[in-house]
Design a protein around this ligand. Structure first.
Ligand code: ATP
Ligand code: MG
Length: 277
């Protein structure tokens, strides 16, 4: 247990969610898992997208690398959950809920549990969102991705109404209120930011700032578009492991590390004071 952690809040559940695919949920999941594990927290992880299995394979690759370099690296206790194949919607929903609860129970001694969800709607994904103390939604810097959060007036930046995913989060917040649980702290993280100051980037910034107030999330500037976030997958490593594994560190890697540190600090998790180097 890390310094400052309130036992009563354990385990704190972090969900990575966005019904739009390919926004960086699994990549950010792995980096947050390793960031927290490196700080000395006991971390559990659940892949609620086991059919695709990106997070599970990332974690498997990490274990293989540890064997290869004969070194132990901080990691999570991991479970992968497949969607129920029951033909009855009601039974499928019950099974998905039961499987999620079983995995959460097995991880009940963790400080943090991170759940990676698929880029689509499912009972399991909804159930995971209901469990979230902290929800992180990575968003590619594109109006196509923003459309999952907000409907804009045709060819303008005027907000018409929250979109499918924002409404789903709102519904899960209501479900938590009914269960007398604390509210979901929702963070929207811009991912794959270009280093160029394009007009699209400025417009996205304006709309997201407005939207944050209107639908109640915190906005995080996020991760830049960096090759390093892609190429470490097959070795199961993150930007925080490079020095430990004697890899050459460039300026871009240092910036990537800083972006991760900023993210972990901005989401204000209980007990998190500083990210271990
Ligand atoms: N900051 C980044 N810079 C460069 N590439 C990135 C960055 N973040 C993610 N990627 C790449 O973007 C792609 C999608 O990332 P990832 O699989 O993490 O998204 P996802 O939201 O989990 O997708 P899905 O919805 O399919 O589960 C991957 O190829 C990943 O390596
Ligand atoms: Mg994924």
């Amino acid at each position: 247990m890390a310094k400052g952690m309130n036992m009563a809040q354990k385990p704190h559940i972090i969900v990575l969610g966005n019904e739009k695919g390919g926004t960086g949920k699994s990549t950010v999941s792995m980096h947050v898992i390793v960031g927290l594990a490196r700080m000395g927290f006991k971390v559990g992880s659940i892949d609620a997208d086991a059919r695709q299995g990106t997070l599970s394979r990332y974690i498997e690759n990490r274990s293989l690398s540890c064997d290869k370099i004969e070194k132990s690296l901080p990691q999570s206790t991991h479970f992968a959950l497949f969607l129920s194949t029951n033909s009855s919607r009601e039974e499928a929903s019950k099974e998905d809920n039961a499987n999620l609860n079983e995995a959460l129970n097995k991880l009940s001694d963790c400080d943090f549990i991170l759940i990676d969800t698929p880029g689509s709607d499912s009972f399991l994904s909804r159930a995971a969102h209901t469990k979230a103390d902290t929800l992180i939604t990575p968003l590619n810097d594109s109006f196509v991705d923003l459309d999952m959060l907000v409907r804009l007036k045709n060819d303008s930046l005027d907000i018409l109404r929250p979109s499918t995913y924002a409404e789903m989060v709102w519904e899960q917040k209501k479900q938590r209120a009914i269960q007398n649980k604390s509210s979901i702290e929702w963070f929207v993280l811009r991912n794959r930011l270009s280093s160029l100051n394009a007009k699209n980037k400025e417009q996205m910034e304006d709309v997201i700032q407005l939207l944050a107030k209107r639908i109640g999330f915190h906005y995080i500037p996020g991760f830049g578009e960096r090759v390093i976030f892609r190429e470490l997958f097959h070795s199961g490593l993150t930007v925080l492991d490079m020095e430990d594994c004697n890899m050459q560190v460039t300026l871009s890697h240092v910036s990537a590390k800083q972006e991760l540190r900023n993210l972990i600090q901005m989401i204000q998790l209980p007990g998190v004071e500083k990210l271990a180097a």
